[in-house]
Design a protein around this ligand. Structure first.
Ligand code: ADP
Ligand code: MG
Length: 262
């Protein structure tokens, strides 16, 4: 059965796969070759993420964070090792199956939002559903619903230029949500936002996480990583440390912040 089919027909409860961790990486290596030079971006990574964890990944520039996110999101494939997603090997899948999996299971959020300019929030959010061949009326309804979930009801027709940075990131999160993903992968989602707006976006991500979506988020800032319930530190392509932590509560911290002068 393809991933797409499987997503529409979830396995009956009680089967072994239902208790599998959502992510299980074993002995993952990624080597980039440019001419004669080999870069060992990831060396020997074992990482297990349980369903409904919220994991922050930190590490210096060049340590392999984006490479790891690209592998997790099936945007790229490892040179070596095994990646079980929901109990199924995906390290060796064909391109077609990888894109079907991405469309049915993953939502991506990036530092720079990556919205299409001069295009409405609604059309930006609906885009993944175009690729998934969802009929137009359903696309619009689901995009509208996703914008409502991120607090942007009524802004469907706004283009990026008519939205603040925080609102643009909310549109990007709505786009990540519209295919009802089980995993959200966010690479520096608050990197381009001020403190208060970062807190709003983190509050939103935490609420999605509480609603049952697993989150893996790369960040440079310890203050942002504090909102995850687990912190993984990457260095030189290896996992240097991996610890559970008690997450800060973004909604509470936002409420405690002084109002910004208008
Ligand atoms: P980070 O996101 O932690 O800054 P990256 O995963 O982007 O790190 O990069 C890890 C290493 O792999 C770096 O040395 C980087 O230069 C190299 N690298 C990343 N992507 C490529 C690529 N497409 N081709 C060649 N080298 C790459
Ligand atoms: Mg990076």
């Amino acid at each position: 059965m393809s991933f797409e089919t499987r997503a529409r027909h979830p396995l009956p409860q009680g089967q072994a796969v239902a208790c599998e961790p959502i992510i299980r990486l074993a002995g993952i290596a990624k080597t980039y070759k440019t001419g004669e030079v080999e870069v060992h971006a990831l060396v020997d990574v074992d990482l297990t993420v349980e369903t409904i964890e919220m994991v922050a990944i930190m590490g210096p520039s060049g340590s392999g964070k984006s490479t790891l996110m690209n592998l997790l999101g099936c945007l790229d494939q490892p040179t070596k090792g095994s990646y079980l997603f929901e109990g199924r090997e995906v390290a060796t899948l064909q391109k077609r199956d990888l894109s079907a999996l991405r469309l049915s299971a993953f939502g991506f959020v990036f530092q720079g939002f990556q919205l299409i300019a001069r295009t409405s929030a609604l059309d930006n959010v609906a885009l993944p559903l175009v690729y998934a061949d969802v009929p137009v009326a359903e696309r619009r309804a689901r995009a509208k619903e996703a914008l409502g979930r991120v607090g942007l009801a009524g802004r469907e027709d706004h283009t990026s230029a008519q939205l603040s940075g925080g609102q643009q990131q909310r549109v990007a999160i709505a786009r990540a949500l519209v295919n009802r993903p089980r995993l959200i992968l966010a690479d520096e989602p608050t990197g381009a936002l001020d403190t208060r707006t970062s807190m709003e976006v983190l509050g939103l991500v935490q609420s999605l996480h509480k609603g049952g979506i697993t989150v893996v988020m790369v960040t440079h800032e310890p203050d942002i990583a504090a909102y995850a319930d687990r912190l993984v530190v990457v260095r030189d392509g290896r996992i240097q440390s991996d610890k559970k932590q008690v997450p800060h509560d973004a909604a509470a911290d936002l409420a405690a912040m002084p109002e910004q002068a208008a």
